[in-house]
Design a protein around this ligand. Structure first.
Ligand SMILES: Nc1ncnc2c1ncn2[C@@H]1O[C@H](COP(=O)(O)OP(=O)(O)OP(=O)(O)O)[C@@H](O)[C@H]1O
Ligand SMILES: [Mg+2]
Length: 250
C-alpha cells in the first residue's frame, strides 16, 4: 500500500520552477531513496512532504500530494498532525540544548501528556528503537550536545519515534558521520523499515543500494527514473541514470 502519492507536482520559488511534473508513490514500511546531483531538488521535494515550505513567502505548488488519501495542502489538513505523522531527520543532527532525556520527552510533552511514568517509558522505548539506550541509560541528564555526532543523529531519530511519526524523512542523515557511525544508522534503518515508511536522500550510491528497496533519480527538478533499487542500479532504463550512477557526472 502507498502511504504517499504525488501527482503532477510542480514547485516554484517566485519565478523559478524547482520541481517539474513530479509523480511518485511512496510504499509503506519500505525505504525509498532519492538520488541525484546537487541542486536537482531532492531537499525541496522532501520538505514539501511535511509542508516545511509554508513559511517561504514565494513558495507555490501545483499538483497534489496525498498522505493516506488526504491532500496535505488542503485547508482541512491539520499541519501539526501532519508534522507529527511525517517526521524529519536532517543532515546535521539538531538536538535541543537540553538533556538527553528531555530531547526525547519534549515531543511527548507538547502533545499535552504529563504522566511522567508514561513519558519515561516512551523515552526508554524510543531510545531502544533508535539503538541508543545502552549507551545513554546511565547519563540521561547529560546534555545531548555531549553525545557524538552519530549518537546525536540517533537521538534525533528517537525523537521522531517518540513523537509517533510513522513516516520518517531523512535528508542525507549520514553525510556528517564517519563510516562506523554511518553503518550504525544504516543498521537502524534496516530495523525501522519493518514498522516505518522511510524516505532517504543520499549522495552515496552504495548507501542507496544497501538501505533502500526503491530509488528515484532526480535531475534538474525532474524524476528521470523510479524503480526497484536493484533494477535501477543494475539495469537503468535511462541513459542519464546510467551516467549518474556510474559516476560520469554529479
Ligand atoms: N526557499 C527557497 N527559495 C528559493 N530557492 C530555493 C529555496 N529552497 C531551494 N531553492 C532552490 O531550489 C533548487 C534545489 O535545491 P535543493 O536544496 O532542493 O537541492 P538538492 O537536490 O537537495 O541539492 P543538494 O544535493 O546539494 O542538497 C536550488 O536551485 C535552490 O537554490
Ligand atoms: Mg539537499
Amino acid at each position: 500500500m502507498n502511504r504517499i502519492e504525488v501527482e503532477d507536482l510542480n514547485i516554484y520559488f517566485g519565478e523559478a520552477q524547482i520541481l517539474k511534473n513530479i509523480n511518485i508513490n511512496i510504499p509503506e514500511n519500505a525505504v525509498t531513496a532519492l538520488i541525484g546531483p546537487s541542486g536537482c531538488g531532492k531537499s525541496t521535494f522532501l520538505r514539501s512532504l511535511n509542508r516545511m515550505h509554508d513559511s517561504s513567502p514565494n513558495f507555490r505548488k501545483e499538483g497534489d500530494i496525498f498522505l493516506d488519501g488526504d491532500e496535505i495542502y488542503s485547508p482541512k489538513m491539520d499541519v501539526v498532525d501532519l508534522r507529527k505523522k511525517v517526521g524529519m531527520v536532517f543532515q546535521k543532527a539538531n538536538p535541543f540544548p537540553k538533556s538527553i532525556y528531555e530531547n526525547v520527552a519534549y515531543g511527548i510533552r507538547i502533545h499535552g501528556i504529563s504522566d511522567e511514568d508514561y513519558i519515561a517509558q516512551v523515552v526508554e522505548d524510543s531510545l531502544k528503537s533508535a539503538a541508543l539506550w545502552d549507551q545513554v541509560e546511565d547519563k540521561m541528564d547529560n546534555s545531548a550536545l555531549s553525545l557524538s555526532g552519530g549518537q546525536q543523529q540517533r537521538l534525533c531519530i528517537a525523537r521522531t519515534i517518540a513523537n509517533k511519526s510513522e513516516i520518517i524523512l531523512m535528508d542525507e542523515p549520514c553525510s556528517a558521520l564517519d563510516p562506523i557511525a554511518t553503518s550504525k544508522i544504516e543498521e537502524l534503518i534496516h530495523r525501522l523499515k519493518k514498522s516505518y515508511t522511510i524516505i532517504i536522500v543520499t549522495h552515496n550510491m552504495q548507501q542507496a543500494t544497501r538501505v533502500s528497496k526503491y530509488t528515484s533519480f532526480f535531475l534538474s527538478g525532474e524524476i528521470i527514473e523510479s524503480d526497484l533499487t536493484e533494477k535501477l542500479f543494475v539495469n537503468p532504463q535511462n541513459k542519464k541514470t546510467e551516467e549518474y550512477i556510474t559516476g560520469r557526472f554529479g
